[in-house]
Design a protein around this ligand. Structure first.
Ligand code: GLS
Length: 829
């Protein structure tokens, strides 16, 4: 879309004159200036990408003004601040979100139109910032949006990975991973702070030193790396407040290793320095499992140390007594990944600020809160002691000291119950002696949060039972939420406009409880008509995307049935695929005359498998193999299609969710800590087909069982069912669809054998066979409801209307009031 013809030139010249005259063309002028001076292209000739860059910089200028004002305001007021420490943030694209939150979406679109560009087209030019794996990371991003919107004095801290989550490429149906060098084309949404740097130290030894007649520990580190800040301003909606997400990048330290230079080994000295940069180079793609890798531990400490130096420096700017620290600072540990922060604060207070141990400990116990996001034992991080000892010798000593005091205290409370003491110890004495990061976080935090009510029950009764019995007051939960700004306003503008029209206000964008007002209109035929129209347009958009990406043509009158999330055995994408095979088989065996009764479906599956997770990769291959068969079977036609959407990420979700009729959240009960995809679909009026797991249990309370399709074993039934092993009854249909896969009906017989073995012969840990019958029944109920479009539309409206509780605004308010003890600090306009 290069502007070269004369007519466009004329337009631009006119726009320039308008701009100089101040004729409402401020944004236009800014865009053109950025084309010329930032992008360094002629203002008479620039393409879509360059226009995007110029627009992004114009928006960034406005963000920076607000951001400065906010920071000055926070400094003046000096409120208690929340520091949100997270190793992962899935921000996705920033342009649309920023202009909407700044309230300049229309202005930008108008300016672009005059320049011959379309806002939507430019928005697509932006890459997807994928500095995280899945739900946990996207949750952090949603929570940042809510913190800014609700005027909380907050900072996010994380790592600026050069390579985000890998790109998934599907070749012959198999997943391949390609590096995502997302910074290739620059990133206008960040500001490099070359002067905000801190040294981070590793390795070395700890020595005793005489001090005040006694002795103290001194860490003599062996390696120093520099952390450089990159600030990402996060604008709130309908407020001037714009907060900071500060991400750290590793750079070689300026401290010159004279030894190497003097030995004449100049090249190696430079290469060694460069190695420092690898610390922030790549995001670990494993979701919920940890392998005790040195680089991972280095990343954790690197971001924790830099963040704490920054936080402590800010505190010391206006305070001299560390006893005031808990009044000014709340530190949120997003999962155990930043748990080293606990040992680091102790180290700084004791070794560098020279507080005595007990005083430092008193402070530590007041500042940390911890949220755990898992129920799976393999999700709980353990760090081998050997690794910690070599990388962070002083921290290991500190953790040992904390553990010693704590175990002594514990003995007084629970007596000499050695089994329990050993379970509760921070140090695990096994084949590989390790530090249990979750235990460290629980012992040292004042609050331990779960992410849904069901999750919290599991924490109290199973995962952290011993701790709950000791400290019931520490345990709480804040059900996750997602931001309606991103998940309705940005991704579904037509629905957003429709909601505002029918509620007669846009106030729901900041006060999502107002969505409940749609309930009373749920039977209104005019609303129904408009609602269906919006949904249809979104489905058309999705259908175009599917065709462009896979060549598969799908009919928008079919039911779009979607399951998009990380591929995991417990999430049971395999159950979905086996259900599709069953549907296919039924259609094939049906009398022609009966086929008219079949509700046409487009089944859409998307998600990445961790690169080393073999079974998950086989599930992707199976999905593609089944799709190949079904989509090329003329006998089935539009009655059934299966599409695997490659490289699922935030931007893809923004496109897929508004176009879904039905979405599946079908984890084996008791395995999904919360789930947040279900909330995004719900807000968009998509009906849920789900098990009663994670946050779904709370969704049921809001919209009622009748407005969704529930199935499957309940959480309390699962252990007994597993006990039954091979004697557990499974329906014939299940055996028959698995047989089709085993027999090579979809090809790749040998390759799929181990996948089939996972769900048969007493190995069916996730109970696919047991749940199959009720799954099919729920699917049949969905078909039946879909035929009755009036009923379906009512259910859809009620889903959106009932989604208010699942806004991250509510979650953040709960954290602010109950856990962090912070107040809004609103920057004047
Ligand atoms: C996760 C859980 O698995 C999800 O259930 C949860 O919704 C999410 C956010 O709390 O956190 N834990 C994790 O390690 N990745 C997740 O998505």
């Amino acid at each position: 879309n290069r502007i070269e013809d004369d007519q466009s030139l004329e337009k631009i010249k006119k726009a320039l004159i308008d701009a100089v005259d101040g004729g409402g063309g401020e944004v236009k002028k800014d865009i053109l200036d950025h084309v010329e001076y930032t992008v360094a292209r002629s203002r008479f000739s620039f393409d879509d990408f360059e226009a995007y860059q110029a627009l992004a910089h114009s928006v960034r200028d406005r963000l920076i003004e607000r951001w400065h004002d906010t920071q000055i305001h926070f400094k003046k007021k000096d409120p208690k601040r929340i520091y949100f420490l997270s190793l992962e943030f899935l921000m996705g694209r920033s342009l649309s979100n920023s202009v909407i939150n700044l309230g300049i979406r229309d202005q930008c679109a108008d300016a672009l139109k005059e320049l011959g560009f379309e806002f939507e087209v430019l928005a697509e030019q932006e890459g997807d910032a994928a500095l995280g794996n899945g739900g946990l990371a996207r949750l952090s991003a949603c929570q940042m949006d809510s913190l800014a919107t609700m005027d909380y004095p907050a900072w996010g801290y994380g790592l600026r990975y050069q390579y985000g989550l890998f790109r998934q490429v599907i070749l012959d149906g198999y997943q391949h991973e390609q590096p995502d060098y997302w910074l290739n084309f620059g990133n206008p949404w960040e500001i490099e702070r070359v002067h905000v740097t801190y040294p981070v130290k590793f390795y070395g030894t700890v020595e005793d030193e005489n001090f005040n007649g006694g002795s103290r520990k001194v860490w003599l580190p062996g390696e120093t790396v520099e952390a450089v800040a990159y600030d990402n301003p996060i604008p709130g909606h309908g407020t001037r407040n714009t907060i900071t997400l500060r991400l750290w990048a590793a750079k070689p330290s300026d401290q010159i290793d004279m030894e190497s230079y003097n030995t004449g080994d100049y090249i190696n000295a430079v290469v060694n320095r460069q190695r420092a940069e690898t610390i922030s180079s790549v995001l670990y793609p494993d979701d919920r499992s940890y392998q005790g890798k040195e680089l991972r531990l280095k990343q954790q400490y690197f971001f924790v140390s830099a963040s704490l130096q920054d936080i402590i420096r800010r505190f010391k700017d206006s305070h001299s007594n560390f006893d005031d620290f808990p009044e000014k600072v709340a530190l949120q540990l997003n999962d155990t990944h930043p748990a080293l922060a606990i040992a680091e604060v102790m180290r700084v207070l004791v070794d560098e600020e020279h507080l005595d141990w007990n005083r430092a400990w008193g402070i530590v116990c007041k500042i940390f809160s911890f949220t755990t996001h898992t129920v799976l034992p393999e999700g709980l991080e353990k760090v081998p002691v050997d690794l910690l000892e070599s990388l962070l010798p002083r921290h290991l000593q500190i953790i040992y000291d904390i553990n010693f005091d704590y175990i002594e205290e514990l003995k007084k409370r629970i007596g000499l119950d050695y089994d329990r003491l050993s379970r509760m110890s921070i140090v695990e004495d096994g084949a590989v002696k390790s530090i249990r990061m979750a235990n460290l976080a629980i012992v040292c935090s004042h609050t331990v949060n779960g992410v849904s009510r069901v999750h919290s029950e599991l924490l109290k009764t199973r995962v952290f039972k011993d701790f709950y019995e000791l400290w019931p007051h520490k345990f709480d939960y804040k059900t996750n939420g997602v931001t309606q700004r991103r998940w309705i306003v940005v991704s579904n503008p037509s629905l957003s406009a429709l909601i505002s029209k029918w509620l007669g206000t846009e106030a729901w964008i900041r006060d999502v409880g107002l969505l409940a007002g749609l309930q009373e209109q749920a039977a209104n035929v005019d609303l129904h008509e408009e609602w269906r129209m919006v949904r249809k347009v979104n489905k058309m958009r999705l259908a175009e995307y599917i065709e462009a990406m896979s060549g598969i043509k799908v009919s928008v009158s079919a039911m779009f049935d979607v399951q998009i999330k990380r591929i995991h055995e417990y999430k049971r994408q395999l159950l979905n695929i086996l259900g599709i095979i069953h549907r296919y088989d039924c259609i094939k065996n049906m009398e022609r005359s009966d086929r008219t009764k079949v509700v046409p479906r487009v089944c859409i599956i998307g998600g990445k498998a961790a690169p080393g997770y073999e079974i998950a990769k086989k599930i992707i291959k199976l999905c593609n193999a089944v799709a190949e068969k079904i989509n090329n079977d003329p006998d089935v036609g539009d009655l059934l299609k299966l599409v695997f959407i490659p490289d699922y990420n935030v931007s893809v979700a923004e496109l897929v969710i508004p176009g879904a009729d039905l979405s599946q959240h079908i984890s084996t009960a008791g395995h999904e800590a919360s789930g947040t995809g279900n909330m995004k679909f719900l807000m968009n009026g998509c009906l849920l087909l789900a098990t009663e797991d994670g946050s779904t249990a709370e969704i049921i309370e809001e919209i009622g069982e009748d407005n969704m399709f529930l199935f499957g074993a309940k959480m309390h039934e699962v252990p007994a069912l597993r006990e039954k092993g091979p004697t557990l009854k499974v329906p014939l249909q299940f055996a028959s669809v698995v047989r089709m896969v085993r027999d090579g009906y979809f090809g790749f017989r040998d390759y799929f054998e181990s996948l089939c073995d996972k769900v048969e012969g007493g190995n069916d840990f996730y109970l696919l066979g047991y749940d199959f019958q009720s799954y099919l029944e729920a699917q049949a109920a969905a078909d039946k409801a879909f035929v009755d479009q009036e009923k379906w539309t009512r259910m859809s409206i009620l889903s959106t209307a009932g989604s208010g509780r699942f806004s991250s605004d509510r979650t953040i308010e709960e954290y602010a009031e109950k856990t962090w003890g912070i107040e809004p600090c609103k920057c004047p306009f």
